[in-house]
Design a protein around this ligand. Structure first.
Ligand SMILES: Cc1ncc(COP(=O)(O)O)c(C=O)c1O
Length: 336
């Protein structure tokens, strides 16, 4: 091996080792990249995981130019499939991306991934990128968008947090303003959320609450937020800068009506949240999880305030979580 090649090889190994050092606590679930399973749909082909790749010239990689969906599979059914497809195709329109497969084909691709990999309960990640192109930004240089579908497993938070509730941190970094990049678009640009989440990770915490430039509560890095006060649920309106979560909608419509609860969309100040009786997060990956404590920090490494919310998981959050589980483990998992 030439000395240059040896240096390059060493650099690759050093990089891999440093990434490995940053693995989260549940790192043992990280699959090695040599694995064949699951088979992944990439641009019309079903490829083993270790061969499923896109071009390094793909604008999804070069610029975060693309969109995605995270979807749950429960009991072999694709939970709220219609809503996820509506959002995917709407987001594609919003970034002027023409998805090269129609909705029926997209649904067939997902079912094929589930069947091929035998995943009756799991998670689907759909990604549509602008496709490969030149090294410049110009999307006209990308002739064909790339379509990827992964069916696999996901776990965001430790299982015990679902019983006890979890501690979250308020990010100092504000949410990207709607006028700059509307958070309703589920785009491949998640750096704002990732950097906010890093603020939480710095304090040994798994999730963050983001405020917009007006100081209103928006959402977590990968989930929506609700609070309960005097028996009523409140959640921020989408214009405050949130993803219109499918799980949020399920809670607002299906779960609230099943349990006779009222949910109001309202601008929420941080103080509203800190004085709530209960708070919880919702998301496809997160499902429904209570917030038991909200910390604030000064941006210099010190927690300035820690506020307990109720006493762990509150009674209304528990009812909602139980109803959620009852539906997704039952025989009638809704695809619409
Ligand atoms: C920023 C953000 N907010 C909220 C959610 C929850 O949305 P959904 O319930 O559709 O998964 C997600 C899910 O990925 C998200 O990334």
């Amino acid at each position: 091996m030439s000395s240059k090649a040896a240096v390059a090889t060493k650099a690759v190994h050093t990089h891999a080792a440093s990434a490995a050092q940053q693995q989260p606590a549940h790192a043992s679930v990280w699959p090695p990249l040599t694995e064949e399973f699951p088979y992944i749909y990439v641009n019309g082909q079903m490829l083993p995981k270790n061969k499923a790749m896109v071009s390094v010239y793909d604008h999804g990689l070069l610029y975060g130019d693309g969109i995605f969906e995270g979807i749950r599979i429960y009991n072999g059914k694709i939970f709220k499939l219609k809503q996820h497809m509506d959002r995917l195709y709407r987001c594609a329109d919003q970034i002027r991306l023409k998805i090269p497969v129609d909705r029926d084909e997209m649904i067939a691709i997902q079912r094929e991934c589930i069947t091929r990999n035998n995943i009756p309960d799991g998670y689907i990640r759909l990604v549509v990128t602008r496709g490969y192109g030149g090294l410049g930004l110009d999307p006209r240089r990308c002739p064909t968008p790339a379509v990827i579908c992964i069916a696999d497993q996901i776990r965001l938070y430790a299982p015990e947090f679902y019983e006890t509730g979890m501690r979250v941190i308020v990010a100092n970094r504000p949410k990207t303003p709607v006028a700059c990049l509307d958070p309703r678009i589920k785009s491949l640009n998640y750096l704002n959320n990732i950097l906010a989440k890093c603020e939480a990770i710095d304090f040994g915490c798994d999730e963050v609450i983001m405020l917009n430039l007006d100081g209103f509560v928006t959402e977590g890095s990968g989930d929506n937020i609700f609070m309960v006060k005097g028996g009523t649920l409140y959640t921020p309106p989408s214009e405050d800068g949130i993803l219109e979560g499918v799980t949020r909608e399920f809670v607002k419509k299906d779960l609230c009506s099943a349990l006779g609860l009222t949910c109001i969309e309202k601008h929420l100040r941080l103080d509203d949240l800190l004085t709530a009786d209960e708070a919880f997060l919702t998301g496809t990956a997160a499902e429904l999880i209570a917030v038991s404590q909200i910390d604030q920090h000064d941006g210099k490494g010190t927690i300035t305030k820690a506020t307990k919310i109720g006493h762990g998981e509150g009674p209304i959050t528990k009812k909602l979580r139980m109803k959620f589980r009852e539906i997704v483990t039952g025989p009638n998992v809704p695809e619409a």
